[in-house]
Design a protein around this ligand. Structure first.
Ligand SMILES: Cc1cc2nc3c(=O)[nH]c(=O)nc-3n(C[C@H](O)[C@H](O)[C@H](O)COP(=O)(O)OP(=O)(O)OC[C@H]3O[C@@H](n4cnc5c(N)ncnc54)[C@H](O)[C@@H]3O)c2cc1C
Length: 475
């Protein structure tokens, strides 16, 4: 067994434990029927690990009672939000009980004066966005899954989205948390005050901890004033290097776009049906750029960015004049994922991240890897923050192609690390990337992480086998 694996012996869920869980959450809010368990055996990663039981607690007290029981009876507890994760984070890899946040889905309070909101973890991101917009406020984190992923899942994965280039990621909007710790203790981290440096910053430790250090039961999010205006531009370039140069010049112009999305030639080919001949002709890279601010300011920024793109070698810059046109430009980007699935039913979606000026080297390197391993790759992503979604398309029934794809993933990670980048910009490690963790961080740092995990969760009951102690169980 590799040195970094914490070897815990779990016990199958006993009848008495099942009965106690039924009493804690109520018999209508849990199940161990195989029909129900299969619903919680998957996330977006496409591996299958059915839990032994699923329960839907209503509050921190119920979560705490189940976590205490887990420590006594030695079974894993797996937090689950929308189940949209790409890395297997919500899967019951070691068996145990999946605890969902489906009944903890209230926006408790929106406080316009303090520009903050207390929410329960099961609130869908898009619902929070809409609720705060009604009060002229704005919650920037916008993962593409925002219509079906939860704020709890976003916090646990430190999710990001197109707006991260200007506004940052989920971490930057979490002020305080209520958490059930792995021993069942309920704690409140952070503060309602904007400034607080009392004690260790456990809020920041818990954000992005993938449910391994505690179950989040309430979140205080920071809000911003709603931007008055948004201007959307679509601009095309003859090659990736020219597009990257434009990205550098956009950032150097001291205008930070609220979105700076990138698609390479292979991605443009995938969405040919959604994009006019005029827009795709001669283009080997597209940038979707948005600026926001007050009416006048956003307009001026858009004019300056148009100039910058043209001077950097853009083939054209198309500016949306109406909400319908804006929607049309976004359709090009949004239709990518479904279009890719039509080419091959399985896509291995890696979200590597490099310093943004290294994007051309990354794309050239990926093309070489695709050639070497004879796999089809489509690249798109967030050019503004160097986070590229590398989609390796695979026929799941073709064993040889799957093996070649796995080799390509390994080479992709090595390339990324060599370019000073990170294995994952937003999807997390989960089980999908756990075997590669040592490629990016050294043994000393893994040791520190394990020490934190062991100190907080000596029985290793909270979402085991995720991040850095995956045993490679099949599923
Ligand atoms: C089509 C699609 C597009 C996507 N686009 C993006 C994107 O643009 N950006 C991005 O960052 N991600 C994206 N994702 C990935 C995914 O949506 C995010 O990781 C999201 O944050 C997961 O939220 P969820 O509610 O589905 O969490 P789940 O998948 O249920 O869980 C994810 C992790 O969080 C833990 N967790 C969930 N709730 C809690 C809680 N209350 N307390 C503690 N731990 C908890 C789980 O144990 C698991 O480890 C996308 C996924 C899909 C399918």
């Amino acid at each position: 067994m590799p040195d970094h694996v914490i070897d815990t012996q779990y016990k199958p869920l006993s009848k008495s434990a099942r009965d106690q869980i039924r009493r804690i959450v109520g018999p209508d809010h849990c199940s161990d029927s195989s029909e129900d368990l299969v619903l919680y055996a998957y996330d977006a990663m496409n591996r299958r690990f059915p839990p032994e039981m699923v329960a839907h607690p209503e509050n921190a007290r119920q979560v705490s009672a189940i976590v205490k029981l887990a420590n006594r009876e030695m079974f894993p507890v797996i937090p689950r939000g929308g189940g949209t994760g790409f890395t297997g984070g919500s899967l019951a890899v070691e068996g145990g009980v999946v605890l969902t946040t489906s009944r903890m889905n209230r926006i408790v309070e929106v406080d316009p004066d303090n520009m903050s909101a207390w929410v329960e973890p099961g609130v869908i991101n898009g619902d929070l966005q809409k609720a705060v917009l009604e009060k002229d406020l704005f919650f920037p984190p916008d993962p593409s899954s925002m219509d079906f992923s939860t704020i709890g899942g976003n916090v646990a994965e430190n999710a990001g989205g197109p707006r991260a280039v200007k506004y940052g990621v989920t971490r930057d909007y979490v002020m305080a948390l209520e958490v059930v710790m792995p021993d069942g203790r309920i704690v409140r981290t952070g503060s309602e005050a904007i400034k607080s440096v009392t004690g260790y910053d456990l809020t920041r430790l818990l954000v992005g901890s993938e449910g391994t250090l505690g179950f989040i039961t309430k979140i205080l999010v920071r809000l911003l004033p709603r931007p008055e205006a948004v201007v959307t531009l679509l601009t095309a370039f003859p090659d990736v290097s020219t597009a990257s140069r434009a990205v550098a010049r956009i950032m150097a112009s001291r205008i930070i776009p609220s979105t700076l999305e990138f698609m390479d030639r292979s991605a443009i080919d995938c969405v040919k049906g959604s994009i006019s001949e005029e827009l795709s002709k001669g283009a080997s890279a597209l940038l979707l750029v948005e600026v926001d601010g007050d009416e006048l300011g956003a307009g001026r920024q858009a004019e300056r960015l148009t100039e910058v793109c043209k001077r950097s070698g853009a083939l054209y810059v198309k500016r949306a004049q109406t909400p319908e046109e804006r929607e049309g430009l976004w359709k090009v980007r949004r239709s990518l994922s479904p279009a890719i699935m039509k080419i091959r039913p399985l896509k291995i979606n890696e979200d590597v991240s490099v310093p943004r000026m290294k994007i051309p080297e990354l794309i050239i390197g990926i093309e070489e890897i695709a050639r070497q391993h004879d796999v089809m790759v489509v690249n798109f992503g967030h050019a503004g923050d160097g986070n590229v979604h590398v989609n390796i398309l695979v026929d799941p029934d073709d064993k040889d192609e799957r093996k070649r794809a796995e080799e390509a993933v390994k080479d992709l990670f090595q390339l990324t690390v060599d370019l000073g980048g990170s294995l994952t910009g937003e999807h997390g490690i989960g089980i999908a990337k756990a075997p590669y963790l040592g490629m990016e961080i050294d043994d000393n740092l893994i040791h520190v992480m394990r020490t934190i995990k062991r100190a907080l969760d000596p029985n290793n009951v909270m979402n085991p086998s995720k991040t850095f102690d995956y045993r490679g169980n099949s599923g």
